[in-house]
Ligand binder design. Sequence first.
Ligand SMILES: C[S@@+](CC[C@H](N)C(=O)[O-])C[C@H]1O[C@@H](n2cnc3c(N)ncnc32)[C@H](O)[C@@H]1O
Length: 181
Amino acid sequence: MLEVVLYFSFLLLELLFAFGIFIYILSLLFSSFMGAPYVPTKKKSVLEILKGAGLRKGSALLELGCGDGRVVRTAVENFQVKGLGLDINPLLIFIARLKALRLKKLIVFKTQNLYNADFSNFDFIYVFLMPEMLAKLKKKFSKECKKSATIISHGFKIAGWDNKIKKVLQREPFPTYYYKV
Ligand SMILES: C[S@@+](CC[C@H](N)C(=O)[O-])C[C@H]1O[C@@H](n2cnc3c(N)ncnc32)[C@H](O)[C@@H]1O
C-alpha cells in the first residue's frame, strides 16, 4: 500500500514539475513573440551599469521589459530610488514581485505592454530590448521624457541617436549606452 501511495505521489510531483516547465517555456515564447526574448542582464554587471547612470536618492527609475526585476530591484536597494518595472510576461512579473517582497514600499511591478506606458514621471529609464523596439520607442522617448531624463540602453544602440550619447560602458558581451533625451 505504501509503495502505491509513494508511486502516485512521485508521479504527481513529476507531472507538476513538467507542467511548470511547460508554462515557463510557453511564457518565454510569448515574450519573444511580443518583441524581445527574455535574456536577463548579467547579475554581476547590474550594479556597475547603475553606478554609471548617477542615480540619486529619491529619483524615479522605470524599467521597460523588466524580466525578473533584477535591475530595478538593485537600483532601489542600492540607491534608494523609486522603481517601476513593466513586463508583458505575467510569469516574470510574478517572479519579480516575489523577489522584491521586502522592498514593497519603493517598488512596483506591472504586467503591461511597454508601448502603453507613460514615461513622463521618470528620471531614468532602463531598457535591454531589441533594436527594432528601440527604434519604435524613440519618438515616445522624445515626446514624453523629461528633458533631464537619462535613458540607459543595455546591449543595443538607439539608431540615429549617436549625438545624444553621453557615455558608453564597454563590457562583454554587451555594452551600455547612456543617453540624454
Ligand atoms: C532582454 S529581456 C530584458 C530583461 C530585463 N530588463 C533585464 O535586463 O534583466 C526583455 C524583456 O522584455 C519583455 N518584453 C518583450 N516585449 C515586451 C512588450 N511589448 N512590453 C513589455 N515587455 C516586453 C520580455 O518579456 C523580457 O522580459
